[in-house]
Write a protein that binds this ligand. Structure first.
Ligand SMILES: CC(C)(COP(=O)(O)OP(=O)(O)OC[C@H]1O[C@@H](n2cnc3c(N)ncnc32)[C@H](O)[C@@H]1OP(=O)(O)O)[C@@H](O)C(=O)NCCC(=O)NCCS
Length: 160
């Protein structure tokens, strides 16, 4: 019999993190459209394939199930996008990917990670807070939201 704890782990079996490649973008766009009211376009993703970015894919075999995009500016790592396929949310994949991005940023000499999250996105905010992020401010009207705009919570986590 399988213990409840390992059942929860099961969807992550065989999952690994590797650099995201331009060839992944068709699949990434699929996940992006399933996940966001205002998905990033392919050209926005393509602009991130530069030296001062880290692009991570969470994949099982060759199938991408999630991704994280991080921009490095001086000693600040800015988490621009993190997304997990809706079918495997709630199984720890988001936390696993976030921890990887944090560990790599610290390893690359960054002093902190900063991010914005929609005020309404309580799930993502709960993840960040539980990893030690603190809210350091708000940016009113930061996000498009139909005919109106939505406030962003700005959060940061210092590594040292
Ligand atoms: C945010 C996201 C990346 C989290 O990934 P995930 O794989 O579902 O998250 P995990 O299973 O690793 O959960 C980690 C923690 O996040 C929080 N969390 C995740 N989803 C939640 C939800 N729907 N409601 C409340 N808390 C939630 C919990 O604190 C959870 O910890 P717990 O399981 O110990 O309670 C994922 O929901 C997603 O891709 N959302 C759409 C895109 C998005 O909103 N990205 C963030 C933009 S800032």
């Amino acid at each position: 019999m399988i213990a409840p704890d390992s059942l929860r782990e099961l969807p992550l079996q065989g999952v690994a993190i590797r650099p995201l490649l331009p060839g992944d973008l068709v699949r990434v766009q699929e996940i992006e459209r399933l996940s966001h009211s205002h998905p990033w376009s392919e050209s926005v993703f393509l602009d991130c394939f530069q030296d001062n970015y880290r692009l991570w894919a969470l994949a099982r075999e060759e199938q991408v199930l999630g991704y994280a995009i991080v921009n490095y500016m001086v000693d600040e790592a800015h988490l621009l996008n993190i997304c997990i396929h809706p079918d495997i949310r709630g199984c720890g994949a988001g936390r696993y990917l976030l921890r990887h991005a944090l560990a790599e940023a610290a390893h690359d000499g960054m002093a902190m990670m900063i991010l914005e999250v929609r005020e309404s996105n309580q799930g993502a905010a709960a993840l960040y807070l539980s990893e030690g992020f603190e809210e350091i401010g708000r940016r009113p009207g930061y996000y498009p939201n139909g005919a109106t705009r939505e406030t962003a919570r700005v959060m940061s986590l210092r590594f040292t």
